[in-house]
Design a protein around this ligand. Structure first.
Ligand code: FES
Length: 116
């Protein structure tokens, strides 16, 4: 039996076998999550946010993940390389850093333009 994982803001859905990592599921959906440590819970670059109400759709926090995330874990943040999908899940991916920088610059420009 497969479970469905849905990624936002892209709205992409993919069916995976229970126990698949969120990182692997994102790759199967052809979505990019930045990593640097190869899934060893060391770089913290693969942080994703679980939609409220879907926390139980992922494996419980491992002690290593809880230690790495600290208080972020209470806000629904998980490490995509460590969290395993065990039920229908809705996950929010972070904005690409380059896109975020461009968007921030455009917003600054808009604010400056509105002063004139
Ligand atoms: S890939 Fe490095 S912490 Fe998840």
């Amino acid at each position: 039996m497969e479970v469905q994982i849905e990624f936002w803001p892209q709205g992409k859905k993919v069916k995976v076998r229970p126990g698949t990592s969120v990182l692997r599921a994102a790759q199967m959906a052809r979505l990019h999550i930045t990593t640097r440590c190869g899934g060893q819970a060391a770089c913290l670059m693969c942080k994703v946010r679980v939609e409220k109400g879907y926390e139980g759709a992922l494996s419980p926090l491992s002690s290593a993940e809880a230690r790495k995330l600290g208080p972020l874990a209470e806000e629904g943040i998980r490490l995509a390389c460590q969290a395993k999908v065990i039920g229908h899940a809705v996950i929010h991916l972070p904005e690409d850093p380059l896109k975020a920088a461009v968007r921030k610059k455009l917003m600054q420009q808009t604010d400056e333009d509105s002063l004139w």
